[in-house]
Structures are given as structure tokens and as C-alpha cells.
Design a protein around this ligand. Structure first.
Ligand SMILES: [Zn+2]
Length: 152
């Protein structure tokens, strides 16, 4: 963090303690260039994001739900836990960057599918079949063929 006195980046935290009934952290920082001290407060940014489900019901955004869906799709597939975490991170960043208060669950689903497609075709089709609620095996096979043909 930049020093407010001399503008240089060479500052460090010399003390951290809870403040505001544990709702924030107060940090004393010192500038190694000019020796001055200053205080910063760190707070959790609470943007309550609402997900609009297919039935139009609303629920608060929950990362673990996306993760669970991806995990299920990647069951016994050559996709590592790190890859899954990265995928969910990317989706989450994109979702929050939209800066919307409400996001349809389909939008999140499409973001996941876009990435799964590049990661593992089978996982993608599994996820898509749950998400798009494929009614029968033919729709499922059509989707699978589409992925396989674009892969080649
Ligand atoms: Zn300074």
C-alpha cells in the first residue's frame, strides 16, 4: 500500500487488531521511506448477490453449489481439484464483475459450461444434461456429438 505522506510503496504492517466488534481489522502501517505511520481498516465487502432460479425463486449466491455441480460432473474424470477450483474462481469473478444484484442461474450455468467444454467433454455433457434438463437420450447424444466434432 502506498504511503499517504510520501507516495511510495515501501510500507509495511506493524500491528493488526480487530476493530468495530470484530467486523473489521485495524492495521498500523509504517513507511520505510519516510518513517511515518498511518492506519487502514479492512472490511468484508458485502454485496448480497441473488440468484434467480428457473422457477423464478430467488436464493442468495452460494459458491459451494457451483462447486458441487462441477465436482459431480467431473466424477472419475481426469480433472484435478485445482482445475475445478480455478474454474469456479473464474466463473465467480465473472459473475461478480457483472455488478448485478440478481443473476439468473442459467447465466452462471452457461459460464460454467463454456469452461467445462475446454476442460473435459464428458464432464461438460454431464453438467449440461443436468443444467439444460435434457429430456431424453437423443438430446444428450446430439450435444455429445456436437462437443466431439468441435474438439476434432
Ligand atoms: Zn512515506
Amino acid at each position: 500500500m502506498k504511503c499517504p505522506f510520501c507516495g511510495r510503496d515501501n510500507t509495511r504492517v506493524i500491528d493488526s487488531r480487530p476493530a468495530d466488534e470484530n467486523n473489521s481489522i485495524r492495521r498500523r502501517r509504517m513507511c520505510d521511506e519516510c518513517g511515518k505511520r498511518f492506519t487502514t481498516y479492512e472490511k468484508i465487502e458485502t454485496i448480497p448477490l441473488i440468484v434467480i432460479k428457473k422457477d423464478n425463486n430467488r436464493e442468495t449466491y452460494d459458491r459451494s453449489k457451483i462447486e458441487a455441480g462441477v465436482l459431480r460432473a467431473c466424477h472419475k474424470r481426469p480433472v484435478s481439484a485445482n482445475q475445478i477450483t480455478r474454474l469456479v474462481d473464474e466463473v465467480e469473478t465473472e459473475v461478480f464483475n457483472m455488478e448485478e444484484k440478481e443473476i439468473p442461474s442459467q447465466v452462471i450455468g452457461e459460464l460454467v459450461m463454456d469452461r467445462l467444454k475446454d476442460l473435459d467433454a464428458v464432464a461438460y455433457v454431464r453438467f449440461a444434461s443436468v443444467y439444460r434438463e435434457f429430456k431424453d437420450i437423443n438430446t444428450f447424444m446430439d450435444e455429445l456429438k456436437k462437443v466431439i466434432s468441435t474438439k476434432g
